[in-house]
Design a protein around this ligand. Structure first.
Ligand SMILES: NC(=O)c1ccc[n+]([C@@H]2O[C@H](COP(=O)([O-])OP(=O)(O)OC[C@H]3O[C@@H](n4cnc5c(N)ncnc54)[C@H](OP(=O)(O)O)[C@@H]3O)[C@@H](O)[C@H]2O)c1
Length: 310
C-alpha cells in the first residue's frame, strides 16, 4: 500500500498500539486522537501526531480507524459505568461524524469499531454459528455495539468503503484478556468458568492487525467478523492456557460466583458466541493463527515474538 494518511481514535490502546507500530514500519503518516497527547508524543518519539480534540485536526486523511472506548470489562456495569461505555463509543463516534462532515473529508476507507457482543450472549450449547448476516442480540453489550455501528453509519456518505469491525476477543500476551489471565493462571488459580461450554470467538493480535491491513485495500464493506475460523469452548481455552503456562487449571468459577462477583457484566464470562469470519474468508484473507494451542505457546514462550510485527 502507498503511504497513507491515517487518523485513528483509540490508537493508544492494546490494539491501536500494535496497529500503529505496524503502520510506522510501513511508512504511513499517523494522527491519533487521545486524552493523553503528551504520552503519545513521548511513546512514539514525535513520529505520530497527537490531538486531544477534533478542532486541532487539519488537512485531509485517506483512512479513518475508530477504536476508542472505555474498557468493557474494566469495572462492574453500574448505571454510571454503562453511560461511560456508551459515551466513549457512541457519542465520540457522533462527534467524529460531525467533524468529518464539516471538514469535508473524503476517506478511501473507514474502519469503525464494534464487537461480537453485537450478536448477544448465548449459553454454550445454544450458540448457532454466526456470520455477518446474523441478527443483533438484545443484552446491554449487543445494544451498545448496534448503537456504535449506527452512530458511524453517516460516514458511508464520506467514503467508498465503510467497515464495522465486529471484533472477537483479541489475544496477545501484552494486553487484553491474556494479560489479565496470566497472573491467576500462573499461580494455579485459573479454571473453567460456569459449565465451560460457552464459546469464545478469538483472534490473535497479529492476525487482527493483518486483517485490518487487508481491509484497507480489499473490496469489502459492511460488518466484518474479526475472529479466527476456530472458536473454542471456555473449557478448551482454559485447558490450552493452563498447558501453555505449564500450570494446572484447578479452580473452576461456578456461575453463581461469577454473577455475585461481576453482576450483569458476568455475561461476558458465562455466555459466548460462535462467530465465524465469513467476510474475511470469502475475500481471501488467510489466518496465520487458526489454532489456539500453538498461538498460546508462542505468546508465552517465544522470546522473539513481537505483537503485530510479523
Ligand atoms: N481487546 C479486545 O479483545 C476487544 C474485543 C472486542 C472489541 N474491542 C474494542 O476495540 C477497541 C480497542 O480495544 P483495545 O483492547 O485496544 O482497548 P484499550 O486498550 O482499552 O484502549 C482503549 C482506547 O480507547 C480510548 N478511550 C478509552 N476511554 C475513552 C474515553 N472515555 N474517551 C475517549 N477515548 C477513550 C483510549 O485512548 P486514550 O486513553 O489515549 O484517550 C484507548 O486508546 C475498544 O473499543 C474495544 O471495545 C476490543
Amino acid at each position: 500500500m502507498n503511504k497513507q494518511r491515517i487518523f485513528i481514535t483509540g490508537g493508544t490502546g492494546f490494539i491501536g498500539q500494535a496497529l500503529i507500530a505496524r503502520w510506522l514500519q510501513q511508512g504511513h503518516l499517523i494522527t491519533v486522537l487521545s486524552r493523553r497527547p503528551e504520552w503519545v508524543q513521548r511513546h512514539w518519539q514525535g513520529k505520530v501526531v497527537a490531538v486531544s480534540d477534533f478542532q486541532q485536526l487539519s488537512g485531509s486523511f485517506d483512512v479513518l480507524v475508530n477504536l476508542a472506548g472505555e474498557g468493557i470489562a474494566d469495572r462492574r456495569w453500574s448505571r454510571a459505568r454503562k453511560a461511560e461505555l456508551y459515551e466513549s463509543r457512541v457519542e465520540l463516534t457522533q462527534a467524529l461524524v460531525r467533524w468529518a462532515t464539516l471538514s469535508g473529508q473524503r476517506f478511501k476507507r473507514v474502519l469503525s469499531g464494534s464487537a461480537i457482543g453485537y450478536y448477544g450472549g448465548f449459553d454454550g450449547a445454544a450458540s448457532p454459528a454466526l456470520d455477518e448476516t446474523a441478527d443483533a442480540g438484545d443484552d446491554f453489550a449487543a445494544r451498545l455495539c448496534r448503537d456504535w455501528e449506527q452512530a458511524a453509519e453517516p460516514l458511508q456518505e464520506l467514503t467508498g468503503r465503510l467497515v464495522y469491525l465486529r471484533t472477537g476477543v483479541v489475544l496477545g500476551s501484552h494486553g487484553g484478556m491474556l494479560k489479565r489471565l496470566k497472573l491467576p493462571f500462573s499461580l494455579g488459580l485459573g479454571g473453567v468458568i460456569g459449565d465451560g461450554r460457552q464459546v469464545l470467538s478469538w483472534i490473535s493480535l497479529d492476525d487482527y492487525c493483518r486483517a485490518v491491513d487487508f481491509l484497507l485495500s480489499a473490496d469489502v464493506s459492511g460488518p466484518v467478523n474479526m475472529t479466527s475460523p476456530n472458536p473454542e469452548t471456555n473449557r478448551a481455552f482454559t485447558s490450552a492456557l493452563a498447558s501453555a503456562l505449564k500450570r494446572p487449571a484447578l479452580l473452576p468459577m461456578p456461575s453463581c460466583m461469577a454473577k455475585a462477583a461481576f453482576g450483569e457484566m458476568s455475561l461476558l464470562l458465562l455466555k459466548g458466541q460462535k462467530v465465524l469470519p465469513q467476510q474475511l474468508t470469502q475475500a481471501g484473507f488467510s489466518f496465520h493463527d487458526a489454532d489456539i494451542t500453538p498461538l498460546l505457546e508462542r505468546e508465552f514462550h517465544s522470546g522473539i515474538y513481537q505483537a503485530g510485527a510479523r
